[in-house]
Design a protein around this ligand. Sequence first.
Ligand code: RB5
Length: 143
Amino acid sequence: MKLAIAADHGGFELKEQIKEHLIKRDIEVVDLGTHDCQSVDYPTFGKACGEEVASGRVERGIVCCGTGVGISIAANKVKGIRCALATNVFMAEMAKRHNNANILALGGRVLSPEEAIVMVDAWLDNKFEGGRHQRRVDMLDQI
Ligand code: RB5
């Protein structure tokens, strides 16, 4: 699997730790930045990740900012993106099973790296259930 990852300064450290974990899992990671702790604007990075996923160049994305809120809003502005902000393992799992989220948003000032990595694995390892959830996900595209 190929996955894009992006963050602002608030999510930079978490992005680096998640990236290391993904590489250990043999996932090909496209790092869209930011590349240090200097202050940057989360909309730039949420948009970049959204566009990378929407283009089909990567299958999925992960975005991080301080809370995960701003960067998730930015990613969701891109057509075809279903970016889910998760704050616990249950949310991360359900984001895949019910919402077929193609981007997961996480907060670097909310989660420890250990918590975030368990959440990333839950989102990656679960499958979309389809059925009634497919109909609802299809409705999202009509909005
Ligand atoms: C940056 O200070 C912070 O606002 C940003 O990382 C994020 O939390 C926005 O939602």
